[in-house]
Write a protein that binds this ligand. Structure first.
Ligand SMILES: Cc1cc2nc3c(=O)[nH]c(=O)nc-3n(C[C@H](O)[C@H](O)[C@H](O)COP(=O)(O)OP(=O)(O)OC[C@H]3O[C@@H](n4cnc5c(N)ncnc54)[C@H](O)[C@@H]3O)c2cc1C
Length: 284
């Protein structure tokens, strides 16, 4: 294990970006992914350990110009309980309510969940459904990357080592938007997703439009269900459409066998859970 040469806990963003400039720092937010990974020997500390938790602007939640910006340090419990988030993007609050335990939710952050880039990360599916953008900053500038282009593989993303995630920026959903998040794990509580589904659409006069569907833990990165969306776009939700969408979803996911579930079981779960989500939307 590499020894930590310096520990920094700056109170300003510019100081944090300066510390990251050489790409020699490990970022610490809530530590709920980082510390287990270090302890298991999966990750080694870089020479600088950069604690970002004292930087106030990373905690901001702001609404304006048709968007909501959620700071990277907003915790999972804050996602669940913040009234601005609950009103603007209830899908995120719903996902937070399915996340781990209170102890983990109090420490774990949305920025850490995104940076960790697990295909099973529970905020990633709603963020994908909601067309979020990842706001990145470095000492040399800022950029925004759409969620759909951010992940490159399990634990990997386009974020450079000198970049910090500062916020997630989302367009505010339209009126009459219905959304759902479901997650299935092998235990009823405190479990990582074996599969998850996010759904959002405008429901007007019984017909769906602007349909977005995303799946978690069924491929190397969380994925949009484009074929499933095409089945549902413009459709009236009857039993035949629900069955067709569920079968399409089952066919378009690309799960693997691992210790949480087999690929076959994951496809069955996607089929059955999407059918349940859509039936629930009809009966609301
Ligand atoms: C018991 C347990 C249960 C869990 N259950 C769930 C669950 O149900 N669902 C789920 O999705 N996850 C779960 N997790 C994983 C973890 O809690 C989440 O991924 C959490 O959101 C990570 O946030 P953090 O602030 O703790 O990140 P950290 O552990 O501090 O960091 C994670 C990684 O991201 C980097 N990083 C952190 N913040 C930033 C930033 N702003 N910019 C750039 N890089 C950054 C770190 O360097 C590190 O590589 C669980 C973990 C534990 C220990």
């Amino acid at each position: 294990m590499t020894a930590i040469e310096r520990y920094l806990a700056p109170a300003g963003l510019d100081d944090a970006l300066a510390a990251l400039a050489g790409g020699n720092a490990t970022i610490l937010a809530g530590g709920t992914d980082l510390m287990p990974q270090i302890n298991a020997g999966k990750v080694a500390f870089r020479p600088i350990l950069l604690n970002i938790r004292r930087i106030p602007e990373l905690r901001a939640v702001e609404v304006g110009q048709g968007r909501i910006s959620i700071g990277a340090l907003v915790t999972i419990n804050e996602l669940k309980d913040n009234p601005v988030i609950a009103k603007a993007v209830p899908l995120l609050a719903e996902a937070a309510d399915h996340f781990a335990s209170d102890q983990v939710r109090n420490m774990g952050t949305i920025g850490g969940n995104v940076a960790n880039a697990s295909p099973a990360g529970d905020t990633l599916v709603p963020l994908l459904v909601l067309d979020a953008e990842v706001e990145l900053a470095s000492a040399t500038g800022r950029r925004s990357v759409p969620m759909a282009e951010f992940f490159t593989g399990p634990g990997r993303s386009v974020r450079r080592p000198d970049e910090l995630i500062t916020a997630l920026s989302l367009p505010l959903p339209r009126l009459r938007t219905v959304s759902r998040f479901v997650k299935f794990g092998t235990r009823p509580a405190l479990d990582i997703s074996a599969v998850s589904i996010g759904f959002s659409a405008t429901l007007d006069g019984g017909r769906l439009s602007d349909v977005r569907v995303a799946f978690g833990a069924v491929g190397p990165v969380p994925m949009r269900g484009r074929a499933t969306e095409a089945v549902l776009e413009g459709a009236a939700l009857d039993a035949a459409i629900i069955a067709k969408a569920a079968a399409t979803a089952q066919g378009e996911v690309k799960p693997i066998d691992d210790l949480r579930a087999s690929a076959w079981y994951r496809r069955e779960l996607i089929h059955n859970l999407l059918g349940k989500v859509l039936s629930d939307v009809v009966s609301r």
